[in-house]
Structures are given as structure tokens and as C-alpha cells.
Write a protein that binds this ligand. Sequence first.
Ligand code: DGY
Length: 319
Amino acid sequence: MSDARWSVLAIGRFPDEVKADFRDAFDCAFLDAVPPGGVNGPLGEREVLIMSFGTELRAGAIRALPASLKVIGTYSVGYEHIDVAAAKARGLPVLNTPDVLTDAVAEVGMLLMLGAARRATESIDLIRGRHWPGWNATQLIGVELLGKNLGILGMGRIGRGVARRARAFGMEVHYHNRSRLSPELEDGATYHADFADMATLTDMLLLAAQSSGATRHYLDDGRIARLKPGAIVCNVARGDLIDDDALIAALKDGRVRAAGLDVFENEPKLDPRYFDLPNVFMLPHIGSSTIETRRRMARSLIDGLLALKAGGKAANRVV
Ligand code: DGY
């Protein structure tokens, strides 16, 4: 291995602190977006390409990448925007940023649950719209998290992060996962091998599962019908887990009381019908948007890249 620092092209928008972290570790150039002619021109002979969530790198583009490229890194935990099978076929390692987003996203999970349960959209509209007539006992009555059953779909790191926090709010935690967790990871949560069994007792459903072809529109009409009437639905994972037609119909007729959504199918062009629903508390995919997490994401990529450069293993290697 040569002692020279790796030369990196990072595509996406990064906070200044993150740019400084990358520059400290590498000879790093930045581009806000992929140029119309593709990445190969600006990439030149650089050894590392860092992409971000939302910037696609499909099989054809991966096959055409310069031979000098040694590693692809994605500044995100999700890597569905990169064809990792094509990268593997070319012998190109792909690194991501797992673990370090967990707490920030779990905090937004709580924000979504509270915002949906306590009618944050209507409350904010009322006060910011300068229409608030003053306190009265019938105004904007919501429901509490205390004593409610939380059903988590996908009990990975983020699901467990929300479960920990939800327990402190007095919620009882249930989960549905491909497989049951160890008692230590389960931490008192109740496992349901069937989604329908969990759904019937769920007051608050939190989607925290990874998205894949198989999970597209997982929460459809049939599964919504299994939820306790008036349940709340929250999503911190990926928008395509939800069939928007089904959720919007249920939000309109009250089968679902409210929704808290940080992610949407076809971001940023979300289904415009959501804007007309006062019982939807929406955020623009800010789950991991804290400066602490952004810097930890950079650290994760830097550590993985330096480990590979030194001939070692990267803990955050996807393929
Ligand atoms: C991720 O990292 O996958 C997030 O959803 C984008 O911050």
C-alpha cells in the first residue's frame, strides 16, 4: 500500500464540518451533484467515490467506472441507490454508515409519534396562522403515548432505539421481524411472528424496516384493516413501505387516526393529498439531520476507508 493519502471525490451536499473532516483524512474534492456527463469525468484517477442518499449508481454506471477506483462509500445507512451486486461483481467494496444514525432517527421516531398523537400540525397551523382564540377545554384534544401498545415493524437498531425511548414514555412494546431477537436485544418487547397478530393490538405502528422489492407497499389496505381501529401510523424508514392510496383512504375515514411521516415514496415529490390532511404530521426526511450524527457518519466512512487502505477490514463494508 502506498503512503499517499487516498484521493476522494464526494458527491452531495455536506456540512462544512464534514467537509473539513473529509479533507483532514483525504485529498478530497466535492461536487454538489452528479454532473450531466456522469461521474467519470470529475472522478478521473481518484481512488474513492463518496455518494449520498438519493444519488443513484446503477449497474451500467458501475461497470463504466474507471479502473483506478478502489472503493465506493455512501454517506447514508441505506444503500438501495447503489447496485451493490454490480459493485461486488466488479470487486468494488461499498461502505455505508450504519449504527451512527440510530439515536438521531430514533429521536425523530418519538417526535413523529408525539406529533401525530398530539395533533401538532393543527396546533402549529392554529398558532402560526394567528387564529388561536385562547385556551379552552375542547381544543385540539389528542391521545397520550402512556399506556399504549407500540407495534414496531423491523426491530433493527433503529426499531430498538425507538423501543427504548418508548418504554420511558410508558408504552408497551411489540414487534414483528423476520426472526425473533435474543432476550437481551428484545429487552422485554413481545415478538409476533405474524404481522396481523401484532396489528390487532397496536395503538401506534412504527415502521422501521429496511426497504426492498419485497417490502414495497407493505402497509397496504389489507394490513391497515388488521390494525386496531383508530391506530396511529408512523414511518422513519422508507416511504415505499406504505401504499399511499391505502393510508390516505384510512386517514380520511378515521380507520387510522393520524400519521407521523418523515419519509415518503418518490421523495421529494410526495403524494400531494398528504398536504390536505390535518391529521398528518410530516417532516422532510430529517431523521439523521443532526450535526452530531452528520459528523459520526463522516467518521464512519473515514475509519472504514482508512482500514481498507491499510489492508485491513472495514466494519461498515456492505459488499
Ligand atoms: C440514510 O442514511 O439512509 C438516511 O435515510 C438518509 O440520511
